[in-house]
Design a protein around this ligand. Structure first.
Ligand SMILES: Nc1nc2c(ncn2[C@@H]2O[C@H](COP(=O)(O)OP(=O)(O)OP(=O)(O)O)[C@@H](O)[C@H]2O)c(=O)[nH]1
Length: 306
């Protein structure tokens, strides 16, 4: 009886060098559908990579980029911003590759953890790709890693083969705070699809409009209906901050929004592999930048903006 159980929910930041196996691990924990999505969403501002249910807990995985030794100023700024996400996380999981051991890259990540994470944030270690090494190697590596940082737990997993993944997920679920679920259970499956669809439209708008406007607009997928005839109806709202922007967005006789809609629909059709009917509505909502709900739709935590 899930209703009688206390709900748990929170954010887990999965960090590690590129290629450590973050996507593979997420696939395992969240389900295949989301993984298709993550590759597409990488360049967007959406930071949620997936939502996993484990018993009475809802685990929201958030992303941090694989950049840990930034040289350029812009890269440093991006890393600083991204670490904000990890700092807000309830739990951080550092993923490393068993056969590569404690690399320079991982050392850099550990020193960033020490510098930037609040002391109270629990950091767990997941040694991935254990299928590639012998047991002795693992024991030595576990010791070496735990000397480098006091991890709250060490997990040995193979994301690809599925070893140890359930144990990690169940542990995360139990560690999360008591909190009502952040997403309705029935929406989780298509949350990423909805986000992708919104990102596709936002991208088409950005391509068509003057630079300053896209930052002041946001797209939400309001309705998603997979029809029995094999097509999908998607209704989206484009929120703009100012009246003037609405006119620009629509264009003369609606030409701009029509072109955007056509381009977005084509990409969605290709992405989903089924015909899409797309309905776009433009709404003026000056306060959207201050509304928590809008942030959730973008995959951002409203608290980050404070
Ligand atoms: N042998 C082995 N290979 C793995 C395992 N987990 C992942 N891999 C492989 O490692 C490679 C990188 O995995 P990804 O999941 O893309 O790693 P990632 O770079 O951390 O993920 P992104 O940052 O999202 O790109 C892929 O070729 C995976 O198939 C594992 O447990 N064992």
């Amino acid at each position: 009886m899930t209703e009688n159980l206390l709900q748990r929910a929170g954010f887990v930041a999965l960090i590690g060098e590129p290629n450590a196996g973050k996507s593979t691990l997420l696939n395992r924990m969240v389900g295949a559908k989301v993984s298709i999505v993550t590759h597409k969403v990488q360049t967007t501002r959406a930071r949620i990579r997936g939502v996993a249910m484990a018993g009475n807990a809802q685990i929201v995985f958030v992303d941090t980029p694989g950049l840990f030794r930034p040289r350029r100023r812009l890269d440093r700024a991006m890393v600083a911003a991204a670490w904000g996400g990890a700092a807000d996380a309830d739990i951080v999981v550092l993923l490393i590759e068993a056969h590569r051991g404690l690399t320079e890259g991982t050392k850099a990540i550990i020193s960033t953890i020490k510098d930037r994470l609040p002391r109270a944030t629990p950091v767990a270690l997941a040694i991935n790709k254990i299928d590639r090494v012998k047991a002795e190697t693992l024991l030595a590596l576990t010791e070496e890693m735990n000397t480098a940082y006091p991890f709250v737990r060490t997990f040995m997993i193979s994301a690809e083969r599925g070893y140890g993944v359930e144990g990690l997920r169940d542990w995360l679920a139990a560690e999360l705070p008591e909190h009502p679920w952040l997403y309705p259970e029935d929406q989780i499956a298509d949350l990423p699809m909805r986000m992708i669809a919104a990102e596709i439209t936002r991208e088409k708008l950005t391509l068509r409009l003057h630079e300053e406007i896209p930052y002041q607009l946001t797209v939400e997928t309001e309705k998603w209906e997979d029809r029995p005839d094999g097509s999908t109806r998607i209704d989206q709202i484009v929120y703009v901050a100012r009246d003037g922007h609405k006119g620009i967005l629509l264009g003369a006789k609606g030409a701009t929004i029509k072109a955007v809609s056509t381009a977005a629909r084509q990409e969605m059709t290709e992405f989903l592999g089924r015909p899409v009917h797309l309905f776009l509505t433009v709404k003026v909502r000056p306060e959207w930048l201050d509304e928590a709900e809008r942030y959730t739709e973008m995959g951002l935590d409203f608290r980050d903006g404070n």
